[in-house]
Design a protein around this ligand. Sequence first.
Ligand code: AMP
Length: 449
Amino acid sequence: MSTVSFADLKLAPEILKALTESGYTTPTPIQEQAIPLVLEGHDLMAGAQTGTGKTAAFALPMLQKLLPHASSSTSPARHPVRALILVPTRELAIQVEASVKAYAKHSKLRSLVVFGGVDIKTQTPHLKNGVEILVATPGRLLDHIEQKTVQLGTVQMLVLDEADRMLDMGFMPALKRILALLPRQRQSLMFSATFSDEIKKLSEDFMNYPTLIEVARSNASAENIAQKVYLVGHEDKHALLTQLLRGDDAKQVIVFTKTKLTASRLSKQLQREGVAADAIHGDKTQSERIQALDAFKQGKISVLIATDVAARGLDIDSLPMVINYEIPHAAEDYVHRIGRTGRAGASGTAISLVSPDEERYLQDIEKLINKEIKRETLPALAKPPRPPRAEQQEHHREFHKPQPQKPSHDQWFDKPYVPNMAHAIAASEPEKPESKPKAQIPALFRKPG
Ligand code: AMP
């Protein structure tokens, strides 16, 4: 446990007050390392993932540096964009801006979030009023740039958050266009869970001798997350899941699936069985996703079924349990998934249901986290409830019929999971393509010497 306090990090009283009100007592390791470096004006390349407190690690020193520019004037000219925070997804954008707002609440600094999937006209008046801190997804920011509703010539600080995800999602061209519009004289910070050659190249292109810092891959090795595996056939996964969901520790659970098809089916099936469940995935609209997430946060639904794309960046405090209904094929995604639980010191459980064909991916995961995950004994499973007659036929068609399957009524269900890149790029907000299995275990960086 750190003995350093936020006051030791020389943060201003109005920021310290907001932190106390947020319930933060001590800085997390990434905050302890990053805050002094950013205050000193260094460019920073930080290896840290969601759950480590990385948002405050860049937002706090950013606010501190912008405080002298805070103005109570209503004139837009007194509120130029001074800090730009680029993030890969809408959900992360919303969360990051909410954090910035909370930390800035006792200052006159203004922040705003812009992302795609909503009418751009609703964002323009707010932009025109002037904001010091702009959180944006790259596609929508480019839309605003094209419409001349934002000027980036005054940006003095840039943050690329979850940079690896941005590249995975094909944002490199958009990033390059945006970076070309920023003043050369600025401070740049990059946060990424992994550092591929592409990421290093990006940092060479847009950063100025960055200091490298990293925090342990805390989620993967976190002592406070109990990781368990059930080796179970496909046909028994659902029965096992419902049994696990009945457990006392399963009051609020995120269930991960690999495809949006499974997410959607599973959610409907659980709803039919009386479980308060909902699904979030790339085919849901932004407002549907926010609605489902809010309902989950408020406890109106107890099970949120999510794909990796949709779950990226979700910040849900003290989530007790994560279940991997299907394990991810990219070991990195496993680390992101289980990082939804056991946050900021709370304990959590991460259970993976692994069918024989998934065992090789389990091996990759264990290699990445350098740890063998405990195999649990499969409990006696109740037979699934007999579906009503009409559904029996449906069920029979689905599971026992010779291939190829007859198309279902709703063609959506017949589509395989393909990231809708063409559509997404057109809408300027691509979803993440399915993760490619990563061949290499990412190297960790040394602390600054
Ligand atoms: P992040 O890694 O930025 O997504 O933050 C993960 C979670 O930790 C968020 O819910 C933050 O509100 C919380 N958090 C960040 N810094 C601290 C801190 N110093 N003390 C307690 N909680 C924190």
